[in-house]
Design a protein around this ligand. Structure first.
Ligand SMILES: [Zn+2]
Length: 278
């Protein structure tokens, strides 16, 4: 997949982390907070420290954000940005050298959050959560039961523009980035620049099916190979599972035409020029 490709964690990786956090952390109480980069907070360090003493509840994924409920009335919101790591540590584990946030729990286990840049560590009280600026406008999560073919149809109706931009727009559907958008378009035989208003009902059905299929396959395999889970283990979803994504010059799995990389707005797309005609 090439050394220069920068991958961001997308929904399958975040959903996997959310599941592991709930399983591993739920019920623990925060006893110590170590913060090294106050600029990734949405409140002052002093205000952030209010989460000390609160008890960890469920963690949920919404787009690229992790929402952890803190009992009784608070939330920790994490966005790992590019190349972030979220790790759980047992009492005597060696801790990573660098971190933006380290939480210690009442049983001496720890959680560290580290990222290179563009990461966020926010808090919001339950009552303020709907007003949290960076997440309040996030669209539907494509792994939720509410993401039906009818829902996709209604989101698309009346919209104009390229289907790929629509899928990447986090206000419509939250959590699909440039990695997971490629194969669903190919599987639905859609060119990334196809105009949304020209899609037929059958094409919308095919797209809904392929989006769900690709995301769920990745979640089953623990997310992308290039990303690590809460325990530092790599995911198992890799290039061998991709159909056209990052497969420039390789044959299309269906018609054997060479896959090409094209520029679509500000992003790169990988398509079979024969199966995905504009
Ligand atoms: Zn083809």
């Amino acid at each position: 997949m090439g050394g220069q490709v920068i991958l961001m964690p997308e929904l399958p990786e975040i959903a996997n982390l959310a599941r592991q956090m709930t399983k591993q952390l739920k019920g623990k109480r925060i006893t110590d907070i170590d913060l090294t980069q106050p600029k990734c907070l949405n409140v002052s360090v002093k205000k952030f420290r209010r989460i000390s003493g609160k008890r960890i509840g469920e963690t949920n994924a919404r787009g690229k954000w992790l929402f952890t409920h803190l009992s009784p009335d608070d939330n920790l919101l994490l966005n790992l940005g590019m190349g972030g790591d979220l790790r759980y540590h047992k009492h005597d584990d060696t801790l990573p050298k660098k971190h933006q946030l380290r939480l210690t729990f009442d049983d001496k286990t720890k959680l560290t959050v580290s990222f290179f840049w563009f990461g966020y560590i926010h808090t919001a009280f339950d009552k303020d959560l709907p007003k949290h600026k960076m997440t309040s406008k996030l669209g539907i999560s494509p792994i939720d039961n509410e993401f039906t073919v009818e829902k996709l149809g209604s989101l698309l109706s009346g919209r104009r523009g390229a289907i790929k931009s629509f899928l990447l727009n986090q206000k419509h559907i939250a959590g699909i980035g440039n990695v997971y958008v490629q194969d669903p378009l190919y599987m639905a035989r859609l060119h990334p620049l196809r105009m949304t208003q020209t899609l037929t009902e059958r094409e919308i059905e095919a797209l809904h099916r392929s989006v769900c299929e690709v995301l769920n396959q990745s979640i089953r395999l623990g997310g992308l190979k290039y990303e690590r889970d809460l325990y530092g283990r790599s995911g198992r979803f890799g290039p061998e599972h991709f159909l056209v994504a990052y497969k420039t010059n390789e044959p299309c799995p269906i018609c054997k035409t060479s896959i090409v990389k094209i520029k679509t707005g500000s992003t790169a797309s990988y398509i079979c020029p024969n199966c995905q005609k504009l």
